[in-house]
Design a binder for this molecule. Structure first.
Ligand SMILES: [Zn+2]
Length: 97
């Protein structure tokens, strides 16, 4: 299993569907919270995983893989670094006056 599709219920509980290659290189979705499994023969893995989480567990997720979370964190860090630089420049400019 290489990807995780997550969805969050109203009470904050997080549900997860694993997605990856099963036996015979078949793409396989598997729920971590019940015995639901589905073989994927063509696209829409995320959609099917989220569908299951919504219908069986009442959890809603954005159509993104968890793998994207690391990338999002990186973007946030870069933005924070940018703000820090701006703050430094403003502080420098203020100290010149
Ligand atoms: Zn399930």
């Amino acid at each position: 299993m290489t990807h995780h599709i997550t969805a969050t219920r109203e009470d904050g509980a997080v549900f997860e569907v694993s997605y990856g290659y099963g036996p015979g290189r078949r793409r396989l979705l598997g729920c971590r919270h019940c015995d639901w499994q589905e073989r994927i023969s063509y696209g829409g893995a995320r959609h099917k995983g989220l569908d299951h989480l919504a219908q069986a567990h009442g959890a809603l997720g954005s159509p993104r893989m968890t793998a994207d979370a690391a990338a999002r964190r990186q973007v946030v860090l870069v933005m924070l670094a940018g703000f820090a630089v701006v703050a430094l420049i403003l502080w420098w400019a203020a100290s010149q006056g």
